[in-house]
Design a binder for this molecule. Structure first.
Ligand SMILES: *Cc1c(COP(=O)(O)O)cnc(C)c1O
Length: 507
């Protein structure tokens, strides 16, 4: 592409093509374009080799071996050129990096990523806009805002909604709990926690949440000074979804005990089971008891883009706030996540000058995104990745990927359920399957040892990566399926590897 293809560049005020002084060739500037291309081409080649040559999700290297190869690194003696640098990084990192894109990687919540988003990273890194204020990003701010509005519309929110990109679901959940806490204090007692700190009765604030919710909520409650004791864990049904009947009982029990229910958090897609809490029923209870309703859709947000499974999210539109993780379910590179609120006025709770109870709409500062974030000032332009993705691929294509994943996970669940040597624990709305290798002659505690052995051996081999978790004190193997390229052939390969490894176990 020639530079003349881009119309509209400003006329230079003076000649910008300076001779590059050796000392400054590494600074990204108008004189170092050739150096920039050389560096980027080298890095790109490393990535292409990673795609061409990686045949298994993990090399199987031991931490001791890998640590030993770091011994020669001396930061006081820089390497002579990019070739040496890239070779070193190949040996120390790329060669042993976990390859999320390979179909036999079905361990944690790491999706394969789409190429337009990777291309966007080139611009994000080089142009290096900061999203905190308009004067550091301009078009970047408008792009982020348009993507937030789009996501809010997909959720079913009106144009009163707003939000902000965050580095991940953990921070988005923290923001949900923070707004819930501060909203309660200011609307019920005129107390600004932001200015005055926690009120005396804050130790009695209660937040209801499923016992299978993500641990970031517990960390969030701790950070917010409410303590983990503020979380009331609600038992789940046979598919590990929050039971709304037990939720209502718990709300009434806490009220009777003199505690103060302030919020309920529903999980749309649990990390360990891939199931969605009944959002509509929980949302109704939130309205009935005047609780803040936060939906953690870090994982389940991918369903927003499917026609077939969108109904599982019904009720999400009644939430006060929602967590979406594009880097979990929209095939985006880390980091890419957002916190969305139904009414932009809620975000005033974060601002320096809270005029929350009598907001004047013209005061709403819509150009400086820093007013919408809690702990970030300088902030990456992660939104550009999603922009590239949606503008080039469209949402239907992403939705179709998710549908393929769900269908493969359903078939995989049936195969596991029918296998006499395997014991399936759950069916999943999205794509997390828990099961264990349980041949007839082995039972009790030995099953735990056997399955731990399988998990560890497979990790050391690296040909297929799976995860594990404990449920009801038993150890289970776990598939997290997030790759539309993972076929039933791959699933059979992984299951056979599990069975062969298990058969080789000696108790
Ligand atoms: C992964 C996850 C989170 C945390 O998101 P990060 O982006 O890893 O911070 C929160 N909730 C659920 C349900 C998750 O699966």
């Amino acid at each position: 592409m020639s530079t003349t293809a881009f119309a509209g560049w400003q006329q230079p005020l003076h000649n910008l093509v300076l001779p590059v002084k050796e000392t400054y060739k590494d600074i990204f500037h108008q004189g170092s374009a050739a150096e920039y291309e050389k560096a980027i081409n080298g890095a790109r080649e490393l990535v292409t080799n990673f795609l061409h040559h990686n045949r298994q999700p993990f090399s199987g290297v031991s931490s001791a071996t890998l640590k030993a190869s770091f011994a020669a690194v001396d930061f006081d003696t820089p390497l002579p050129d990019y070739d040496s640098l890239l070779n070193e990084v190949q040996e120390l990192y790329v060669k042993h990096a976990t390859a999320f894109h390979l179909p036999a990687y079905i361990a944690h919540l790491n999706c394969p990523i789409v190429i337009p988003a990777v291309a966007a990273e080139v611009l994000i890194a080089a142009i290096n806009s900061s999203q905190d204020t308009w004067d550091q990003s301009a078009g970047g701010t408008l792009m982020e805002q348009q993507l937030i509005s789009w996501t809010a519309r997909e959720i079913g929110f009106s144009n009163l909604a707003d939000g902000v990109f965050t580095p991940g679901g953990s921070q988005s959940n923290l923001m949900g709990l923070l707004l819930a806490r501060d909203h309660y204090a200011i609307t019920h007692a005129g107390h600004s926690i932001k200015k005055q700190g926690l009120p005396a009765d804050a130790s009695r604030y209660r937040i209801f949440i499923s016992e299978k919710a993500h641990f970031s909520n517990h960390k969030g409650a701790a950070v917010l000074g409410l303590g983990e004791q503020a979380l009331v864990e609600i038992k789940t049904d046979e598919r590990f979804r929050m039971d709304p009947v037990l939720l209502e009982e718990a709300i009434n029990r806490e009220i009777q005990q003199g505690n103060i229910p302030i919020a309920v958090v529903a999980t749309a897609g649990t990390t360990d089971f891939g199931n969605l809490d009944p959002l509509a029923a929980i949302g109704n209870l939130a309205i009935k008891y005047k609780l803040w309703f936060h939906v953690d859709a870090a994982y389940g947000c991918g369903l927003l883009l499917t026609d077939k499974y969108r109904h599982l999210l019904n009720g999400i539109e009644t939430a006060n706030s929602v967590t979406v993780d594009y880097h979990k379910s929209f095939f985006q590179p880390i980091s890419s996540s957002a916190f969305i609120v139904r009414d932009k006025q809620y975000l005033r709770l974060l601002r320096m000058h809270v005029d929350y109870l009598n907001p004047k709409d013209e005061d709403y500062d819509d150009l400086n995104q820093i007013n919408k974030s809690i702990v970030q000032t300088t902030r990456r332009f992660d939104a550009l990745k999603l922009w590239f993705t949606l503008r080039l691929m469209g949402k239907q294509k992403l939705g179709a990927y998710t549908e393929t994943i769900i269908e493969t996970a359903e078939t995989a669940a049936q195969v596991i359920a029918m296998d006499p040597e395997l014991e399936l624990l759950n069916y999943s709305d999205i794509g997390v399957l828990l099961f264990r290798y349980a041949p007839e002659h082995i039972s009790g505690e030995k099953l735990d040892n056997l399955n731990q052995y399988i998990k560890k051996s497979m990790f050391n081999e690296g040909r297929a990566l799976i995860a594990s978790t404990r449920v009801n004190d038993n150890f289970y193997l776990k598939f997290t399926m997030l790759n539309p390229l993972t076929t039933m052939d791959d699933v059979h390969f992984v299951l056979n590897t599990i069975k062969q490894t298990g058969a080789a176990w000696r108790q």
